[in-house]
Design a protein around this ligand. Structure first.
Ligand code: SF4
Ligand code: SF4
Length: 301
C-alpha cells in the first residue's frame, strides 16, 4: 500500500510533546484560505517553481522538457501547467533547486525507515511522530497502517486533524493514536464556510463525540486578526468547549505568512482577503479569557 506525502520534518518541537518527526500527508478535505502549507491541499503531485532561486539565463531546463512546457522570456522561465506531466526532469536538471515536484508516493516501511532514525530523541524527550498534512485522515487506510507500525515499535503518535472527516474513520484512528491535535478554526458556520470552503457542523459534532469517548485531545486554534480573534468567536468557543471535559488544553497558533510565497510558487490564486497576525497583546487577552474558564492555554504549538 502507498500513501502520498509532501514532506517529513525532523526535530519538530511544535507538533506535540517532546522532539518529534512530523510526516505531512498530501491532500486535504478543507481549503483554508490562510493555509501555511498550500502544497498539502491538492491530493495529486504538483510542480513548484521558486523564481528567487532560478539563476535566470541558464535556461538548462528549457530544452530538456519533453512536453515543451517551459518558456523563457529572457529574464525568467514560466511553466505551462496544462502541458506539464510532472515527469520531474526539470527538477533533476536544475542545479539551483528552483523547480521541485511536490508529493511522493511512499510505503509505510519507507516512512518507518526515516522516522526511526531519531528514536533516541523521542525516547529522551518524551517525543514521537506526528502525522499532519493536509488532512491525514483523508488517507485513512494508509494512516491506520502507519499508526499500527508505530504502535508496534512503541513510538508515541500524534495525529493533527481538521476534523472534517467521517466519524467512522476518526473513531478507528483514535484507537491507535496517543494524541489527537484537533483544529478549531471558526465557530460561526457561515464564516467557516467562506474561509475554508466547508461547513463546521461535522467538525464540531466529531469533536463532541471524541470528547464523550474520553480521547486524549489538544485543541489547536489558528488565530487570525479580524477573522476569529473577536470576543464573539472566543465566547462561542468557550460555550462549546466547556461541557466537553476532555478538551481542556488549547494551543493558540498565531497566523504567519509562510503560505503566501508558496501560493505564488504553485501558481495558485491569492486568498480573498489579506490575513494578518494578531498582536501579542491580543493573543494574551484571548489566553486570559480562555484561562479564566479553566482551560490550559498555551500560545504556540
Ligand atoms: S535550470 Fe533552474 S536555474 Fe536554470 S532556468 Fe531552469 S529553473 Fe532556472
Ligand atoms: S516536470 Fe517534466 S513536463 Fe513538467 S515542466 Fe518539468 S520537465 Fe517539463
Amino acid at each position: 500500500m502507498h500513501g502520498t506525502i509532501f514532506d517529513i520534518k525532523r526535530y519538530a518541537i511544535h507538533d506535540g510533546p517532546g522532539i518529534r518527526t512530523t510526516v505531512f500527508f498530501k491532500g486535504c478535505t478543507l481549503n483554508c484560505q490562510w493555509c501555511h502549507n498550500p502544497e498539502g491541499i491538492k491530493f495529486e503531485h504538483e510542480i513548484m517553481f521558486r523564481p528567487e532561486l532560478c539563476a535566470a539565463e541558464c535556461w538548462d531546463c528549457v530544452p530538456r522538457c519533453p512536453k515543451k512546457a517551459i518558456n523563457e522570456n529572457g529574464t525568467i522561465i514560466s511553466i505551462e501547467q496544462k502541458k506539464c506531466d510532472l515527469c520531474g526532469i526539470c527538477g533533476d536538471v536544475c542545479a539551483y533547486e528552483s523547480v521541485e515536484i511536490v508529493g511522493r508516493d511512499v510505503t509505510v516501511a519507507e516512512i518507518m525507515k526515516e522516522v526511526e532514525k531519531d528514536r533516541i530523541f523521542y525516547d529522551e524527550s518524551g517525543g514521537g511522530v506526528t502525522i499532519s498534512g493536509g488532512e491525514p485522515l483523508a488517507q485513512g487506510d494508509f494512516l491506520l497502517s502507519l499508526l499500527e507500525k508505530l504502535n508496534e515499535k512503541g513510538i508515541h503518535t500524534a495525529v493533527d486533524t481538521s476534523g472534517f472527516v467521517p466519524y467512522e474513520i476518526l473513531s478507528l484512528i483514535i484507537e491507535r493514536a496517543d494524541l489527537i491535535l484537533y483544529d478549531l478554526k471558526v465557530m460561526n458556520e457561515h464564516r467557516h464556510r467562506i474561509f475554508t470552503g466547508e461547513s463546521n457542523t461535522i467538525i464540531l459534532e466529531n469533536l463532541r463525540r471524541l470528547s464523550e469517548k474520553g480521547s486524549n485531545l489538544i485543541i489547536r486554534m489558528p488565530v487570525l486578526k479580524g477573522l476569529n480573534d473577536d470576543p464573539e468567536n472566543i465566547q462561542s468557543m468557550v460555550d462549546f468547549l466547556l461541557p466537553l471535559n476532555k478538551s481542556r488544553q488549547i494551543n493558540l497558533l498565531p497566523f504567519h505568512r509562510g503560505g503566501e510565497g508558496k501560493l505564488m510558487r504553485l501558481n495558485k490564486k491569492s486568498p480573498l482577503v489579506e490575513f494578518k497576525t494578531p498582536s501579542e497583546k491580543k493573543l494574551r487577552k484571548i489566553k486570559g479569557e480562555l484561562s479564566s474558564h479553566g482551560f490550559h492555554v498555551k500560545i504556540g504549538g
